[in-house]
Design a protein around this ligand. Structure first.
Ligand code: NAP
Length: 342
């Protein structure tokens, strides 16, 4: 199995994570990289302020950057890490031209015929691809992964649905890398917490309903859940931490919740972690610095599962640019390969 890939928005925070995660990927090989117009014709290595790790992967250094135009892209799969407004214009051009677009951007996530997928949660929603191609008369298609904050807690909600989940409240403590580069000014965030992230709460309250919804014919029937989110930026580099309160339609014990979390199985894909939800029993875990790289950043880590007056509460943490962004798109593309949808 061998597929050539292109990364759109390759110089950004998520784009760089794609370039890093795709190094030595068993199925995917990066052939083209694209970003804004000022990069065209320049070598990736000279254009990127390398933030993710000390070393820029050697394979990417001399790749000449191309325009955001299907004519110049040599790839079977296009990974998009573009800002939503640019993605809105560019992604359909690639889909129309026959590319499989696996996108991080929010532009198409909530469109009725676009799959919004976490492979371990709703792989069956990939069937919307056929609907999309038919309706839009495209040779290719767009598939999306959720917002990084949504991803972490939705993975934990999936196994709780069968216990009679009724309502969810979350409070996020979100890392700086979630704001892209250069992101939040250092003088605004050092020694501080900012209790507002534009459009984030809306995404956390709507995307889960689609992901946890049921595919009925050509559309997804939204899950009947009440969700309330409060989102906050904190001075952490990587790793979103979320406090979650869940309410059920019956009395549910901590043990039942732990068993449910342990029941969510990984898929057999190259980027799958060994365990999707890792439970830590220490009283002061999970913590971003200690736990964000669990399962190469593809697991979510849960701790402090306890009862309260309404039901159960716990903390979940995940790596926002891996499980919440680039790793999520790559896992979706791997699922497409496994399901023979490319
Ligand atoms: N950061 C996260 O944890 C995270 C998580 C989930 C989803 N996302 C989503 O992923 C996308 C990328 O986020 P990010 O954090 O990586 O942002 P970022 O660091 O600001 O990077 C944006 C990328 O898009 C390119 N770009 C910006 N304006 C452009 C234009 N007018 N034309 C063409 N290219 C343009 C930039 O290229 P230049 O360098 O050439 O300007 C850069 O490569 C966004 O839609 C974001 O909402 C991010």
């Amino acid at each position: 199995m061998h597929y050539s890939v292109c990364v759109l928005g390759a110089t950004g925070m998520v784009g760089q994570k794609f370039v890093q995660l795709l190094e030595n990927h068993p199925w995917f090989e990066v052939k083209s990289l694209a970003a804004s117009e000022r990069r065209i014709g320049k070598k990736y290595g000279s254009e990127v302020e390398w933030l993710i790790s000390a070393n820029l992967p050697e394979y990417a250094r001399d790749i000449e950057m191309v325009p955001l135009d299907p004519k110049y892209v040599d790839a079977d799969i296009v990974f998009s890490a573009l800002p939503a407004d640019i993605a809105k214009e560019v992604e359909p051009k690639f889909a129309e031209a026959g590319f499989a677009v696996s996108s991080n951007a929010s532009a198409f996530r909530m469109e009725e015929d676009v799959p919004l997928v976490i492979p371990e949660v709703n792989a069956d929603h990939l069937r919307l691809i056929e609907v999309q191609k038919r309706r839009r008369n495209w040779d290719g298609f767009i598939i999306t992964n959720p917002n990084c904050t949504t991803t972490m807690f939705v993975i934990t909600l999936k196994p709780l649905m069968d216990l009679g989940l009724k309502s969810v409240r979350i409070a996020s403590m979100q890392a700086l890398s979630g704001a892209g580069y250069p992101g939040v000014p250092s003088l605004a965030i050092t020694d501080n917490v900012i209790p507002f992230i534009k459009n984030e709460e809306e995404k956390c309250e709507t995307e889960p309903l689609k992901i946890l919804g049921t595919l009925k014919g050509d559309r997804v029937e939204l899950a009947k859940l009440k969700i309330s989110a409060s989102c906050h930026r904190v001075p952490v580099i990587d790793g979103h931490t979320e406090a979650v309160w869940v309410e059920f339609d019956r009395d549910v014990s901590v043990e039942e919740v732990k068993d449910a979390f342990n029941s969510l199985k990984p898929l057999e894909l190259p980027s799958s972690p060994e365990k999707v939800i890792v439970i830590r029993n220490e009283p002061d875990r999970p913590q971003p610095r200690l736990d964000r790289d669990t399962g190469r950043g593809m697991s979510v880590v849960v701790g402090r599962i306890r009862k309260d007056a309404w039901g159960i509460k716990y903390i979940v943490l995940g790596h926002n640019t891996v499980r919440g962004a680039a790793g999520a798109s790559i896992l979706n593309a791997e699922l497409l390969v496994k399901e023979k949808m490319l």
